[in-house]
Design a protein around this ligand. Structure first.
Ligand SMILES: *[C@@H]1O[C@H](CO)[C@@H](O)[C@H](O)[C@H]1NC(C)=O
Ligand SMILES: *[C@@H]1O[C@H](CO)[C@@H](O)[C@H](O)[C@H]1NC(C)=O
Length: 504
């Protein structure tokens, strides 16, 4: 058999098996560079790293309360100390410096600066963020600040939290306060991180703080209030701060990619519906039409009527609110982790739940690499598809990837799976940029192993490992940290120093 015949047969066979069994085949890497002003970052959030839960006059947040119950955390731990970044932030900055990143995405703990959520200020809390920001800028790292990463002041939860429409007033007050205190040094603000988690887990399934149950009712009300609160914080910046501070304000939406499980029309529709319920829910009002996606209004409206509700469980925006909300962002923050296969499935009408409202079923492709989380398989192709979907559906916004990363349980420093994840996801993002998607920055989740909410310290996302048994909690670079540092330094993928070999 001559060589050509051999290879032809080889590739035909490979193609046949790939199609027949769905074997996942790596896409070839694109060796090219990012735009010269591309923002490279790593990300954290306050409750997951800071510790100092009651230090220096900090108020309690809903997570301080929630994590007091050891049944809420798989290893019975809490974020009381976490990575102790309230005291050890210099260690975080050293880690960031060794990555060579230009930006650091962190969040402000609302209750640390305003212990009651509104009113009274806590000066030592303000001073902490001023020290952190000054220390970052001293080494040429720009802060990218999230105002709300889930840790609502308990004082506000006692008044109904995100279920109380007054939260738009409270959030605007908090946002104005932060712009005033820190805004001269902050050019990127993210109002709210992942509204979906707050609305569907915090006030839906009740699986996380504040643990309120209402998956088909409260979920939509909370989503509505988040969108309005975000818009108010955006407009406050636009009118009172942007002229002097010149920053940008956006919101971070978590979107997984959904592929149809086959090419049947009903499954293609189901995949688009899944994307609209997850991403369009928050993004369409802000970046699209000023209103919820039509498919959501239809599904939730029809089901609500069948279930005997006198109006849709999905709230409506008034004409005035649409004007407030539409266009209330300077960039689109995207948290992208994974992808699913999707099929149409008409769900039981007796169950009142945002998940059931979608009439889909979705699952992870079993041929993809699996992380230590069930929901997180390694699907880099979904990054490019999600980015193009956002561009097409929401008027080609500037996009910043505000999170992307993978967990394991071992926390080992020879973390080849994480190297693979970053290599292929970042390359997929590069392909999207070459497609014409306006991606201007990327933040790896996470800088350091940290307190992963209900999974405590068992799920590790860090580029740096921490031995939580020690008191000095040193940050130790993993192989993925060195790999990421090289990518950042090269500002892309260079064929002469192949990134597909062992990292430096
Ligand atoms: C619909 O029902 C709710 C209670 O479930 C009630 O508060 C509301 O006034 C009703 N609205 C209309 C338009 O009848
Ligand atoms: C932590 O780092 C400091 C400074 O480099 C060092 O002195 C100390 O021994 C380290 N601690 C551990 C437990 O490795």
């Amino acid at each position: 058999m001559n060589a050509i015949t051999y290879w032809t047969r080889h590739w035909l066979l490979l193609a046949f098996f790939a199609l027949a069994t769905g074997i996942y085949v790596d896409e070839p890497l694109l060796y090219d560079n990012f735009p010269s002003d591309f923002m490279w970052a790593a990300a954290t959030s306050a409750y997951q790293i800071e510790g100092g839960w009651d230090a220096d006059g900090k108020g309690l947040s809903i997570y301080d309360i929630w994590m007091n119950d050891p049944n809420h955390v798989s290893d019975g731990s809490s974020g009381k100390v976490a990575c102790n970044s309230y005291y050890f932030y210099q260690k975080d900055i050293e880690a960031l410096q060794s990555l060579g990143v230009s930006h650091y995405r962190f969040s402000i703990s609302w209750a640390r600066v305003l212990p009651d959520g509104i009113g009274r200020i806590n000066q030592p809390g303000i001073d902490y963020y001023k020290r952190l920001i000054a220390a970052l800028k001293a080494v040429n790292i720009e802060p990218m600040v999230t105002l709300y990463h889930w840790d609502l002041p308990q004082a506000l939860e006692s008044m109904g939290g995100w279920l109380n429409p007054n939260i738009a007033d409270w959030f605007e007050e908090y946002a104005r306060f932060c712009y005033t205190e820190f805004g001269n040094d902050v050019k990127y603000w993210i109002t709210v991180n992942e509204p979906w988690v707050i609305a569907y887990q915090g006030y839906g399934s009740g699986n996380t703080a504040p643990g309120t149950y209402g998956p088909g009712t409260y979920t939509y009300q909370v989503g509505h209030h988040i969108i309005l609160a975000h818009a108010r914080a955006y407009r406050a910046y636009e009118t009172s701060f942007k002229p002097t501070q010149n920053g940008k304000v956006g919101i971070t939406v978590n979107i997984n990619w959904y592929d149809p499980k086959d090419d049947q029309l009903e499954n293609i529709d189901a995949a688009e519906r899944a994307l609209q319920f997850l991403g369009g829910w928050i993004a369409n009002p802000i970046y699209g039409t000023g209103d919820y996606p039509d498919v959501m209004k239809q599904k939730v409206g029809d089901k609500s009527a069948q279930q005997g509700f006198n109006q849709s469980r999905l709230p409506e925006f008034t004409a005035e609110q649409k004007v407030l909300v539409q266009g209330s962002a300077d960039f689109f923050g995207l948290n992208y982790y994974t992808s699913y296969l999707t099929a149409n499935k008409i769900q039981d009408i007796s169950i009142i739940d945002y998940g059931y409202d979608q009439d889909i079923e979705s699952y992870s492709d079993p041929t993809c690499y699996q992380s230590s989380f069930d929901w997180l398989t390694i699907t880099p192709f979904g990054m490019r598809k999600t980015l193009n979907w956002i561009k097409d559906r929401f008027n080609d916004p500037e996009i910043i990837i505000t999170e992307n990363g993978i967990s394991d349980r071992s926390g080992n420093v020879d973390d080849m799976m994480r190297v693979y994840y970053y290599k292929h996801n970042i390359n997929s993002m590069l392909k999207a940029i070459k497609d014409g998607v306006r991606v201007t920055g990327y933040a790896a989740w996470s800088l350091i192993d940290n307190f992963e909410w209900g999974n405590g310290f068992t799920q590790k996302f860090g580029l740096f490992s921490i031995n939580f048994e020690t008191t000095d909690l040193n940050r130790t670079a993993k192989a993925s940290a060195r790999y990421y540092a090289k990518l950042v330094k090269d500002n892309g993928f260079t064929a002469d120093q192949p990134c597909n070999n062992t990292p430096i």
